[in-house]
Design a protein around this ligand. Structure first.
Ligand code: FES
Length: 129
């Protein structure tokens, strides 16, 4: 039912501006990925924007399930708030032993004139009303 409401949206949909991402820790939004509901996390890191499914492979939790951040205290790594596993922001690769080498699912983004879009055919996104 919910998915039907999303189905008419383009696969290349405006999310927010690069400036908005630069001004906050991260942006999260509800999406459908391969027709399943998820949240996405987007952030600016070292002057580039990145997007991943908000889905930790360790125990299938959202990275921000216990905190309103997805970063380590020093801001250098992504960090799951459930058990503290850390990830390389630019690749999504897990650096913690149990899941070392596994990666967060990256989402393809496009930046056009300072605006960030999903450009991932697996993603359906509806701008919140
Ligand atoms: S669920 Fe993410 S570290 Fe355990």
């Amino acid at each position: 039912m919910i998915q039907q409401a999303y189905s008419h949206f383009s696969q290349s949909t405006y999310i927010c501006s690069v400036q908005e991402l630069a001004e906050k820790i991260y942006h999260r939004c509800d999406i459908f990925y391969k027709s399943q509901p998820y949240t996405a996390i987007l952030f600016s890191y070292q002057d580039r924007v990145y997007g991943y499914l908000n889905h930790c492979m360790h125990m299938n939790r959202q990275l921000d399930c216990h905190a309103e951040t997805i970063f380590s205290d020093d801001g250098k790594l992504l960090r799951c708030s459930m058990h503290g596993f850390v990830f390389e922001p630019t690749t999504g690769e897990c650096l913690s032993p149990v899941c070392a080498g596994e990666k967060l699912q990256a989402l393809k983004l496009a930046v056009v004139d300072g605006q960030v879009f999903f450009s991932d055919k697996r993603v359906q996104y509806a701008v919140p009303q």
